[in-house]
Design a binder for this molecule. Sequence first.
Ligand code: NAD
Ligand code: LEU
Length: 364
Amino acid sequence: MEIFPYMEESDYEQLVFCQDKNSGLKAVIAIHDTTLGPALGGTRMWTYDTEAEAIEDALRLARGMTYKNAAAGLNLGGGKAVIMGDPKKDKNPEMFRAFGRYIQSLNGRYITAEDVGTTVEDMDLIYMETDFVTGTSPEHGSSGNPSPVTAYGVYKGIKAAANEAYGTDSLEGKTVAVQGVGNVAYQLCEHLHEEGADLIVTDINKEAVKRAVHAFGAKAVDPDDIYSADCDIYAPCALGATINDETIPQLKAKVIAGSANNQLKSEKHGEMIHDMGIVFAPDYVINSGGVINVSDELNGYNQDRAMKKVETIYDNLSKVFAISRRDDIPSNIAADRMAEERIQSLKASRGQFLMNGHHTLSRR
Ligand SMILES: NC(=O)c1ccc[n+]([C@@H]2O[C@H](COP(=O)([O-])OP(=O)(O)OC[C@H]3O[C@@H](n4cnc5c(N)ncnc54)[C@H](O)[C@@H]3O)[C@@H](O)[C@H]2O)c1
Ligand SMILES: CC(C)C[C@H](N)C(=O)O
């Protein structure tokens, strides 16, 4: 992989390699764009087959955070980190402390939080070395685990998408097919069930499926059968790239709205579902509840204020759908335009973010 041409193409600012032999840390921090403010994005721990795969994932996810933060109206840029390793086997406290020291070395240009494979406990270890971490335990004055808030935002986003497709945002009697019932989706199912939606669920983890069937009376299907499930709304909450050439022809839903990052395999798949009249809630708009919540820590965390901001996901998505309808463009393109406009309007007068010696995250 040629790194500089890749970085130049989407104008990445910085890529940092972190190695600590003692703890086994091998990590990459990618900072995409800090026009709007310091780069905020989670740390993913994953078993990458190759270094190139890890670097590419960090870069791709960092760019996604630039768009997510901009579209959510946050004064934050985009960055992301990946740690190479199996989150079930390879973690140790020294690893996260060493990683925290690397974050500290960036002096606030990158602020981290949870992502797939990392937990509140990991953030607490990072916090032992740096202030530039959010989503630590509430006893540090922090916001804790972002997943329940992400789930609430996705629930609100599903309502906005239902309103666009069906002319009402009531989910009572609607059937929602949920792919993956992990941290976010289990809580999402709770909101949907409370509103009277019928649930179809799948997961590669049989226990997770059992739990949802038991708690919400959900109907279980095999992982490959979720795309063709007879439903009104398909909620991808597991992996990326599940909207692709193979799955699109199987879909019966009029709405696609879920928590997973990077749901479209490529841009052409956004066009395909747009042409079919499917309402698609762009992933980085609907799943921004977690980052909105942790970002409130930069003002001294206030849960009420954070939740009010999370509620804006409904209006934000309605705006995206209106642009998509007005210009007859896929909703993912409409969302990109909305985010890019915010960044471009500041870019003329501001460059990269540099800490000015004072920051609000210090709770010590
Ligand atoms: N946690 C957050 O706050 C947050 C914020 C924004 C976006 N997201 C995204 O939402 C998604 C879910 O996040 P999470 O924190 O709930 O993760 P999680 O790991 O807790 O849940 C994912 C679930 O998907 C299941 N799964 C994996 N492959 C599958 C397959 N092929 N078919 C069916 N199920 C499968 C897993 O077994 C797991 O139960 C991820 O894509 C994540 O990037 C999460
Ligand atoms: C900052 C974190 C809460 C970010 C989250 N992992 C996301 O993808 O949005």
